[in-house]
Design a protein around this ligand. Structure first.
Ligand code: ATP
Length: 363
């Protein structure tokens, strides 16, 4: 059967295990020889015990676990051609020509580069006597299917990334807990949630927790936000509301591109309103815990679709990323989605908020 390997790379997220499980089982079901690559690209270029054959039962009892059981890592060496050469040798040695990568845009970019270099890497391996001419011919084409595991929902092309829904559950639970104590003491709470370049978690959290104000990276508030914020908080209190909630995305910025931190917001509130104001930074709690039903199903569907895409691929097929569009699992050109995701970040860096929001919206 065809050699197929699955690995997770970049930040972990809930639901990655469901995806790994689906890849392994769908692969075996379709007659492939399936491998795990542990610790992301690091494991791919270290080889050895890091690349092991998967069995049907080796993915039992992982669907409910958070994180990724096969490990994830950041790997500087894979950014160099010499690193990718080692990785190619390890794959050819095991007959792997199909890769499923579960990660963020960085991981997908690396995979795409690896594929575009594949034939020249094999050429070099033959030249240096590391593989045979027969191997070069037999494993001439590398196929790649990606899917996005990230709690941030920061990838253009998919409605939801794997892990976002679970993170939202975690955040909402934390806010509900805080609301009850805030209510008792008439406090103002500022919650910092994850999202370096993407305000999705912050926006959805704000909507579902009846927050009074939200700060996100894509849409900096008007310059007089301190006044607007305080007016809003006061107005809510004057109509009998006993608490205030403010959500701040990790990457929130003002119109000058300067960070709006939870601490900055607290200073504004305390100075102007003298309210008892507390900050909660949720941090990695958002990534922890069990995946939600949605993320488990999403991981399963994406994983199965990725394997099918690889099995149908021809040497000319573009690398794809498996995405959710409405309620459909779809395949989109990998690099196009990566480019658009990068364009959003670039637009934000250039303070072109309107463009950023537009690009982000085009999913
Ligand atoms: P997250 O969104 O969680 O940060 P990510 O996949 O974007 O996930 P990165 O740290 O950017 O995370 O990338 C993960 C790994 O992918 C890197 O450590 C590196 O090994 C590889 N990688 C990223 N970008 C490239 C690139 N341009 N060329 C080669 N490899 C890359």
């Amino acid at each position: 059967g065809k050699g197929l390997a699955v690995f997770t790379s970049g930040g972990d997220s809930q639901g990655m295990n469901a995806a790994v499980r689906a890849v392994v089982r769908m692969g075996i079901y379709l007659g492939c020889k399936v491998f795990f690559i542990k610790e992301g690209y690091q494991g791919m270029l270290d080889g050895g015990e890091n690349i092991v054959e998967a069995t049907w039962s080796s993915v039992s009892s992982i669907i409910h676990k958070g994180g990724t059981v096969i490990g994830s890592a950041r790997c500087l060496e894979f950014r160099e051609r010499s690193g990718r050469l080692k990785a190619a040798k390890n794959l050819v040695d095991r007959g792997i020509t199909n890769l499923v990568v579960i990660g963020g845009d960085g991981s997908l970019t690396g995979a795409n580069l690896f594929r575009s270099e594949w034939s020249s890497l094999l050429e070099e391996l033959v030249r240096t006597g590391q593989i045979t001419k027969d191997q070069q011919t037999k494993y001439a084409h590398l196929h790649i299917a990606g899917m996005v595991g990230s709690i941030d929902n920061d990838f253009c092309g998919t409605d939801m990334t794997i892990g976002t829904d679970s993170a939202l559950h975690r955040i909402i639970e934390a806010i509900d807990a805080i609301v009850s104590t805030a209510y008792s003491h008439q406090r103002t709470f500022i919650m910092e949630v994850m999202g370096r370049h993407c305000g999705y978690l912050a926006i959805v959290t704000a909507l579902t927790s009846e927050a009074d104000y939200v700060f996100v990276p894509e849409m900096p508030p008007p310059r007089d936000w301190p006044t607007k914020l305080c007016d809003k908080l006061e107005q809510e209190r004057s109509t009998g509301q006993r608490l205030n909630i403010i959500i701040v995305a990790e990457g929130a910025i003002d119109r000058d591109g300067q960070p709006i931190t939870a601490e900055k917001v607290r200073e504004v509130v305390v100075k102007n309103l003298q309210q008892d104001t507390r900050i909660t930074v949720l941090g990695h709690v958002q990534r922890g815990g069990n995946p939600s039903a949605f993320d488990r199903v999403l991981g399963c569907r994406m994983g199965a679709e990725a394997v099918m895409a690889l099995m149908e691929a021809t040497p000319d097929t573009e690398s794809c990323v498996v995405s959710l569009d409405g309620n459909q699992a779809v395949r989109l050109p990998l690099m196009e989605c990566v480019e658009r995701t990068k364009a959003v970040t670039k637009a934000m860096e250039n303070k072109d908020w309107e463009n950023a929001v537009q690009l982000r919206g085009k999913s």
